[in-house]
Design a protein around this ligand. Sequence first.
Ligand SMILES: [Zn+2]
Length: 338
Amino acid sequence: MKRNIFILSMLLVAVLCGSAKDNPRVFINPGHGGHDSNDRPTPFYLWTVGDTVCYYESDSNLATGSALKRYLEEKGYEVGTTRVGNTSDDDLDLYEIVALAANSGADLFFAVHSNATGIPTRLNYTLSLYRGYNGEPVVEGSDSIARAVKKHLHANQTTVWTHSPKDWGDWSFYRNWGYKTGLGVLRYNKLPGMLCEGSFFDYVPERCRKLNTDFCHLEGWNQSLAIDEYFGRGNKGKTGVVAGLVRHQCERTDTTYKAFEKDLLQPANKMTVTLLNAKGRTVGQYRIDNLNNGFYWFEGLKPGRYRVRVEGADAESVVEVRANESTYCNFEIGALVR
Ligand SMILES: [Zn+2]
């Protein structure tokens, strides 16, 4: 009898291991919540006089985390999350987050955040943090997922990166916080996991982009590619995406903020980008918003050759879409007519 129970137990372990391998479970924590003062509200003044928008980190974290959840589920993962709303009640305390992740039976814990310098310096890069010292994660595998995320996010060409992407053990990164202190949300976590600071929202051109939820969706998509790589499931996705920025060949109209490289150009607002398939048939149109980011994208595309056209600008490019990859196509069109 005892032996039978033992065999049954081993079978159960085998089934669970098998299911973890076939259908990995990911638990996502889109950081913050509730539009409270600790949600880093950041007023943003558009170049149109009197037009104001407030950026909250919790909004872009939720847009990114929700998109990541959707993409992973489409690719066969089982996914849990700490929140789908953005009220104060959704902003769980760290113990609750860790307990929910542990109870979910997840194979991976993934916290979604955006970064800010906290000082007047402006920069933009991707930062992947895991618990432990550099190269010595407390939970095995945490450094691997951090490296994969760093690579896939830094490949995004719809932004301007000022520095190389970084992956750090939080004990090394926050060495001034005290001996083995590190990030609260990773402190009691026993799962392979990390916290992703996708980019810097206090870099104004990046904040313009993060105010567009589709730009956040692209970040979630790229995170899903990294998670696929971590689990060796890069062949599960059947579709790809095309994304890009449309900019004018002239200096930006608002020079009150710091900008680098191509962000010195004026982004296109309210223009239409059309996607045509190999037969010349329109398969999608994207209306660029008026938030000074020039961002467009198309998702869920079958692999193949497409043409991307900026309407009214005599700008067109041929792109190749590959399954489970991101294709980028930026445009510089004529000067802005004022
Ligand atoms: Zn944060």
